[in-house]
Design a protein around this ligand. Structure first.
Ligand code: PBG
Ligand code: ZN
Length: 320
């Protein structure tokens, strides 16, 4: 007999009982941008509600987030010092190193994840060492390892390489283990596509490539087979979790990895996805709250265990 589906949709209580996917505060990581200096809060035009903070004001932001039930964040350094070696990425005085120490001192239970990549520290804005206009994979590996190590030494719980050089997971894992940081976690941006959805982030992090694009290291949006292979290889090299990025137009990939891998999967709801929602919301064209919860829930339904989102703080207020 054909079923009368509307019976289980009749009241909010019944709908709640049969709901399959529940978004919770534990699933979310909020990105934070950190700059040098004091008393700084710089707004980012393309990302309303997101700022770049100096450590003192960053702590206030993290505190507000923790008060709402937030459990962790991913931290990005925005560097005024840039060169062609990437040495500011692992400098003792880097804003992100200071941020890790300060956040861990004030909020020891807060999960501190750090982005590991060179683009914000390079004059040319690429994610690796550049020689003759080429991004040199193997020369980049030791620099990334030093950067990850500097974050571990500062107290990071998890380091998250986003550069897309091959073999960087192994290089970082080895460097961490050698210095007795075998308990520091490694979240690999394993499946990171060369995406136009990163546009607003590059304004936020001052990390746009000065020449060319990132297509020789980030993945082709048309491909899914290599997504699985990249993820498997990174797990083999020592990653604890793998990420798919961006999230929304790649939920097929999130689901593919969910079905094939027995490891936590992370979806990154990136800057362009956030900015589009904000823009439409400001026009009054969509209901932001409902749309954000629907969007984040779709990522969980697709199979993400963890969602990195600029909406995380708002979502904490809105989750029922
Ligand atoms: C740096 C990095 C990027 C993002 C995270 N880490 C940008 C890029 O690869 O150009 C994108 C995040 C976002 O768009 O929110 N490698
Ligand atoms: Zn980068």
């Amino acid at each position: 007999m054909p079923h009368r589906y509307r019976r289980l949709r009749r009241t909010a209580a019944i709908r709640g009982l049969v709901r399959e996917t529940q978004l919770t505060p534990q699933d979310l990581l909020q990105p934070f941008f950190v700059v040098d200096g004091k008393n700084k809060k710089e707004t980012i035009d393309s990302m309303p509600g997101i700022g770049r903070y100096s450590i003192d004001l960053l702590l206030k932001e993290v505190e507000a987030y923790v008060r709402l039930g937030g459990k962790g964040g991913i931290f990005f350094g925005v560097s005024s010092q840039k060169d062609n070696t990437g040495k500011y990425a692992y400098a003792a005085g880097s804003p992100v190193v200071a941020a890790i120490k300060a956040v861990k001192r004030h909020f020891p239970d807060f999960c501190v994840v750090t982005d590991v990549c060179l683009c914000a520290y390079m004059t040319h804005g690429h994610c690796g060492i550049v020689q003759n206009q080429q991004i040199d994979n193997d020369k980049t590996l030791p620099v990334l390892a030093k950067m990850a190590l500097s974050h571990a030494q500062a107290g990071a719980d998890i380091v998250a390489p986003s550069d897309m050089m091959d073999f960087r997971v192994a290089a970082i894992r080895q460097a961490l283990n050698k210095e007795n940081f075998q308990d520091v976690g490694l979240l690999s941006y394993a499946v990171k596509y060369a995406s136009a959805y990163y546009g607003p982030f590059r304004e936020a992090a001052h990390s746009a490539p000065g020449f060319g694009d990132r297509k020789t290291y980030q993945m082709d949006p048309a491909n899914s087979r290599e997504a699985l292979k990249e993820a498997l290889q990174d797990l083999d090299e020592g990653a604890d979790m793998v990420m798919v990025k961006p999230a929304l137009v790649y939920l097929d990939i999130v689901n593919l990895l969910r079905r094939k891998l027995h490891m936590p999967i992370v979806a990154y709801n990136v800057s362009g996805e956030y900015s589009m929602v904000k823009a439409a919301s400001r026009q009054g064209w969509i209901d932001e709250r409902t749309l954000v919860l629907e969007t984040l829930t779709s990522m969980k339904r697709a199979g993400a265990d963890i969602i990195i989102s600029y909406h995380a703080k708002d979502a904490l207020k809105w989750i029922e």
